[in-house]
Design a protein around this ligand. Structure first.
Ligand SMILES: Cc1ncc(COP(=O)(O)O)c(C=O)c1O
Length: 290
């Protein structure tokens, strides 16, 4: 697959494309991103990802020159050029270029990137056997410090720390709590559990990212007649669940079968999880064609 990157209006080869070294996200993490999947030559949930991106752009006061519908067309054009059935799009928008924290002293011309590549977050067999996770000591950044609706580049330093904790313990994923000790999310995904046939997931006010896959899975579950509750949950709930799974654009829907050396349910992917995985897979055909 030609791995392409559209950078500030020019399509380049992924290996040779360069961003300015004084880019404000490179210097300070002052940028936003989206990860989006391509399934069957269609871009999945493109409008939802662009809505989240442009809400962040407005909130952070980036002087974005490209209207949302234009960037949407660019994404579709770059995908058509890459011409692949399946793939992963990385969309970055940064505040601009210039040294120094103060946006008044930089050029305030956002650097915009649309990368079409591939990403497998977990090994393929983990979708059959399930992931085993550990609880991380690194907590999510509290909503009082950084609104969790902002998918900022800089936020991910703590998620990477949590991922390193999981790696050190040989676990497939790390589970993060918020600073009050409530269950929050994985390092790059939202978490769900099932207990007595009811699907439960942390409430958005726990400070988690409002995942687009999370919202999709909630909708699919409700349409299938499964009760879904958004609640304040703890590790007690996760360890005592009958089943659990993680959701995310990169992760898709993946079973979680153990945490901290304890089995979740029987330690194998549960029936509700498998049903949701199948419904999700079917739904991935609903994207925007290019
Ligand atoms: C911390 C975190 N939570 C949840 C998600 C899932 O969000 P989405 O389904 O929108 O990809 C992500 C995805 O990147 C994430 O980084």
């Amino acid at each position: 697959m030609p791995e392409l990157v559209w950078l500030n209006g020019e399509v380049q080869d992924l290996d040779t494309a360069v961003t300015p070294v004084a880019d404000h996200a490179h210097l300070y993490g002052d940028g936003l991103f989206e990860g989006i999947r391509i399934y069957n030559r269609k871009v999945f949930k493109l409008d939802e990802h662009l809505d989240r991106l442009y809400s962040g752009i407005r909130y952070l006061g980036f002087e974005m020159q490209i209207p949302q519908n234009e960037l949407k067309q660019t994404v579709l054009d770059v995908c058509a050029q890459a011409g692949e059935e399946k793939g992963y799009i990385r969309l970055n928008v940064t505040r601009g270029t210039g040294l120094g924290l103060d946006p008044a002293h930089i050029n305030r011309r956002p650097n915009v990137m649309v990368m079409v590549s591939r990403l497998s977050l977990y090994p393929p067999e983990a979708y059959e056997t399930g992931l085993v996770a550990v609880l991380c000591s690194t907590r999510i950044i509290p909503a009082q410090c950084l609104d969790p609706r902002l998918k900022t580049i800089g936020r991910y330093v703590s998620n990477i720390q949590a991922k390193l904790e999981a790696n050190r313990q040989g676990a497939g994923e790390g589970i993060m709590l918020n600073t009050e000790g409530y269950l929050a999310e994985g390092t790059g995904d939202n978490v769900f559990l099932i207990r007595d046939g009811v699907m439960r997931t942390p409430h958005l006010s726990c400070g988690i990212l409002a995942g687009i896959t999370r919202a999709t899975v909630i909708q699919l579950a409700r349409q299938a007649g499964i009760e879904v509750r958004e609640e304040f949950l703890t590790m007690y709930d996760l360890v005592g669940a009958d089943e659990a799974f993680l959701t995310g654009t990169a992760a898709e829907v993946i079973p979680l079968v153990g945490v901290d050396g304890k089995k979740i349910g029987c330690g194998v992917p549960g029936e509700v999880t498998k049903r949701l995985m199948a419904l999700f897979r079917e739904h991935t055909n609903e994207g925007t064609p290019f």
